[in-house]
Design a protein around this ligand. Structure first.
Ligand SMILES: [Zn+2]
Length: 448
């Protein structure tokens, strides 16, 4: 993960660049023209509100469909060897996840505004849902670290396959075959990174770009999948880094100019837009892209979730009052327990730690750190157990509160993991097992 030895910055330590660690100060930096090379990193969390389903969630039906196909384990759907022998499960999933079935969120749209205003240096995304493109972020500003559904080719001879034909096959849930004249006949696969495959060259050739940033925004990612997870660390010291996520992740919060905005991405982004005076433009642009109906759908979904959270908060408060009256000090114990639980989960999930070759060592360390980190989570709901994240390596990110994980599943298209690490597969399987045994809820998102 992205966390180096993570010690949160002391609250008394003044920032180097910002006037204080707040969104207002971040907005001021932009307004003053001191942040003009913004680098954004995104994960599944920014697509949550779009409704991208978690393929493991029993409620989405995807899981059941996949189960019916006798996968050795859910992630097999994104394993290249399995795909070669049986592409059907992947195409079943692709039919659900194909671009066009979902619409961008306010968070995607904010990135579009950054680009329009000439402030976006580069966007690195782990998502394969193409929602950044759909929101209008220029293609030359997007690094799809785990590939995307935008293009496809033969897995054998690498010959590209036409987009329009692909769309038809995906609509029917069928796997196309290579159309090269010499009758290669190989399977065609979207250019999303499967386990066991290399990250796109564009990722490697742009990996130093975060070092040129004057502001870094990290949105909706658990920063557990390397090498992507190492990107925020590449920002120079003194460059403000803002995290919009349900919980603190990676080494975010360890530098003097780190600002943590914990909660769902869209809410945090709206706050930043308010501080910038961009809110009206943001909402109007977003509605223009997705349409009124979809905008209302996303908003009502988020209101419902917010209401549930409010009720939980009220219950907590009520419980606290009752405990006070009774003279029970349970509060202090309760929290620790939560943390312990989380840590346990983290530990359990052996994230792809086992070492991999290239980034292996980092990943291993990260995994270890991850367990440690967990305790700082926002205590509440949000903290998604890091254990699941490991999967994130595959693809998940968490942007949803544990409680709701099952239902909302964010789809995480994200993760496809870096294939450089062989062990991952193993890990994943282990993780799955661990989770199943541990009764871990739905965190996992598909690797996709
Ligand atoms: Zn071919």
């Amino acid at each position: 993960m992205g966390q180096e030895s993570s010690h949160l910055v002391d609250p008394d330590t003044p920032p180097d660049t910002l006037s204080d660690r707040s969104l207002r100060a971040v907005a001021q930096l932009i307004k003053d023209g001191r942040a003009k090379q913004v680098v954004v990193m995104t994960g599944a969390g920014i697509s949550t509100a779009a409704g991208i389903p978690d393929f493991r969630s029993p409620k989405t039906g995807l899981y059941h469909n996949l189960a019916r196909l006798n996968l050795p384990h859910p992630e097999a759907v994104f394993e290249i060897d399995f795909f070669r022998s049986n592409p059907a499960p992947f195409y079943l999933l692709a039919k659900e996840l194909y671009p066009g079935n979902f619409s961008p969120t306010v968070s995607h749209t904010f990135i579009t505004l950054l680009a329009k205003k000439g402030l976006l240096r580069m966007l690195f995304t782990q998502n394969i849902d193409c929602l950044e493109r759909a929101a209008g972020v220029p293609a030359d500003r997007i690094i799809e670290a785990h590939g995307s559904f935008a293009t496809q080719r033969c897995v054998d001879c690498r010959t590209p396959f036409p987009d329009d034909l692909m769309r038809e096959y995906v609509k029917r849930g069928e796997a196309p075959r290579c159309t090269r004249r010499e009758a290669c006949g190989g399977l065609v696969k979207p250019d999303i990174v499967f386990f066991g495959e290399q990250l796109p060259e564009t990722f490697h050739s742009n990996v130093a770009v975060p070092g040129l940033a004057d502001l870094v925004l990290v949105m909706g990612t658990s920063l557990l999948v390397h090498p992507f997870a190492g990107l925020p660390c590449r920002a120079r010291e003194g460059v403000p880094r803002v995290l919009f996520n349900l919980e603190r992740v990676g080494d975010m919060g360890t530098r003097a100019d780190d600002v943590l905005v914990l909660g769902d991405c869209d809410s945090g982004i709206r706050k930043l837009a308010d501080e910038l005076g961009w809110r009206d433009e943001l909402e109007a642009t977003w509605r223009g892209i997705v349409g009124e109906k979809e905008a209302e759908r996303q908003l009502s979904k988020s209101r419902k979730e917010g209401a549930v959270q409010d009720e939980l908060d009220e219950l907590d408060e009520l419980a606290g009052h009752v405990a006070d009256k009774l003279g029970i000090s349970e509060g202090s114990e309760g929290e620790p327990d939560t943390n312990i639980g989380k840590q346990g989960e983290g530990a359990a999930g052996p994230p792809h730690a086992p070492s991999g070759p290239p980034e292996g060592s980092t990943a291993g360390a990260a995994a270890a750190d991850a367990a440690e980190l967990v305790d700082d989570g926002p205590a509440g709901p949000a903290a998604v157990p890091q254990g699941k994240d490991e999967r994130s390596a595959l693809g998940k990110d968490q942007q949803e509160p544990e409680a709701e994980d099952d239902d909302k599943s964010a789809l995480s298209y994200e993760p496809l993991k870096p294939t450089t690490e062989k062990p991952i597969t193993q890990t994943r399987a282990d993780a799955v097992k661990a989770e199943d045994e541990g009764g871990g809820g739905g965190n996992e998102k598909p690797a996709v």
